[in-house]
Design a protein around this ligand. Sequence first.
Ligand SMILES: NC(=O)c1ccc[n+]([C@@H]2O[C@H](COP(=O)([O-])OP(=O)(O)OC[C@H]3O[C@@H](n4cnc5c(N)ncnc54)[C@H](O)[C@@H]3O)[C@@H](O)[C@H]2O)c1
Length: 337
Amino acid sequence: VTDRVRVGVIGTGSLGTRHARTVAERVPKAALVAVTDERRDVAEVAATLSPETVHVPGHPTLLSDPAIDAVVITTPNDTHVEMICAAARAGKHIFCEKPIALDLAGANAALAAVSEAGVKLQVGFQRRFDGAYRAARDKLRSGKLGEIELVVATTRDPSPPPAVYFERCGSFFADTSIHDYDVLRFLTGLEVAEVHAVAATFAVEDIGTLATLDTAVTTIRLENGALATITNSRRSNYGYDVRIEVAGSKGKVAVGEHQQSRFETLTDRGATRDFVGSYWDLFEQAYVAEIQHFVDCVANDTEPEATGHDALRALEIAVLAERSYTEGRPVAASKLR
Ligand SMILES: NC(=O)c1ccc[n+]([C@@H]2O[C@H](COP(=O)([O-])OP(=O)(O)OC[C@H]3O[C@@H](n4cnc5c(N)ncnc54)[C@H](O)[C@@H]3O)[C@@H](O)[C@H]2O)c1
């Protein structure tokens, strides 16, 4: 038992429970030893995931346990800076869901705490661990598709979250578009030079905040001059729709297969097949692989992929998009650095 990485999960809601289950059932090198959630009933359920798991009242108690090596943070977005700083001070290695902060001051404070404590930080950009995205990256990096020129990407959630979610999630750009911003950097290996965002509210009650934007188009100029368009929506109605294509001067890669079952029905009325319904259905392999990778990094003392630097860069793009939307004009990345 002692040579396994002992993990605690902070925030056992929708995704936190899934990460906790992954630790308990799908990572032989890890043990799920503790869970905590603001809602005791939720933590009690998560504590049944394995016989060696206990639920504890609040993250300070969990972090003060010297037997815990690493934590998974899956609380609401507006708590991440506080959680990362507290975990770092307690000497725990950290896996934190995106975004690591709602603004750049918060992100820099979190990264400083991590660096000072010398602990590992991995951010929940699971697409980096999806086999198709990795194959696309390798093809682009091989140079066989030429110079990167054009990127088209989309993330559309099936339906909006409940209204309370918007009080804590930060802007739509930092909450949702950030996955596409990260994948853009991951696939192209390029940084962003300029961002122009337009956005609207169609699917939720408009209370005039950046959180209740639910439809957005971000146009980006990359440092090599290539152009990207990213579209996002909180309401597709038909399923979880995530795709990207990256075109070079000699061809393109495309990722975005949404059929889950391997059969279709064909009749005189046409053909029907399923469409993936949720983030977990589309990315289960990637969510499991990212947690396995994190545990491996802690066990072997290696640096995780999907780093704090990646988290900061993606948040910078979100902040540029917020500014561009608010000011109604393109904003150069040089304004931030
Ligand atoms: N990578 C992805 O694709 C992806 C997908 C979904 C959610 N997320 C991220 O995961 C995080 C959680 O999202 P979710 O959908 O599971 O939300 P959720 O609301 O279902 O879960 C959050 C949980 O945190 C608990 N909580 C709130 N404050 C707390 C505190 N101070 N201490 C302990 N527990 C606290 C809540 O009671 C709740 O159970 C968010 O940061 C979100 O952005 C990422």
